[in-house]
Design a protein around this ligand. Structure first.
Ligand code: HEM
Length: 115
């Protein structure tokens, strides 16, 4: 169980790197397009996050707060929708793109500070 949890956490961190890194690198080009790193990062975060939310720590107090996981799930689904729908467009609005970056940072903050 612990090995599965660590593998999922590793994949989760790679997905985070793709999503945030891909979004910031794209933002800095000045063209607000949904690139493949952002799209795949958002998919990986949803799949690996749902896997990590399983009771892999032996249950009880060792498990993360279910409300925390619910908040993370809602934010991640919103990010996915904002990434998936306009994925083939040349560009999205600057505010839309900043929203994706801000919600990604918010979800990382929830992961780290909500104990
Ligand atoms: C954009 C989406 C997401 C981002 C940016 C994100 C970010 C992170 C980060 C940075 C960590 C590492 C925290 C640490 O090890 O201290 C983490 C851990 C974790 N994430 Fe996510 N996450 C996302 C989506 C999700 C989703 C959808 C779920 C499930 C509902 C989830 C569940 C978890 C769990 C269970 C852990 C490990 C245990 C914990 O720290 O509570 N994540 N996440």
């Amino acid at each position: 169980m612990e090995a599965i949890r660590l593998i999922l956490l590793f994949v989760h961190l790679v997905g985070f790197a793709l999503l945030l890194g891909g979004a910031i690198a794209q933002f800095l080009t000045g063209k607000f397009r949904i690139n493949p790193a952002v799209l795949w990062g958002s998919i990986i975060q949803l799949v690996s996050g749902i896997g990590l939310a399983a009771p892999l720590r032996g249950g009880g107090d060792a498990e993360p707060d279910p409300i925390k996981l619910g908040v993370k799930l809602v934010i991640a689904v919103l990010i996915f929708i904002m990434v998936f729908i306009p994925r083939k467009r040349e560009a999205v609005a600057k505010g839309h793109f900043i929203g994706i970056i801000a919600m990604t940072l918010a979800n990382a903050a929830v992961a780290v500070f909500w104990r």
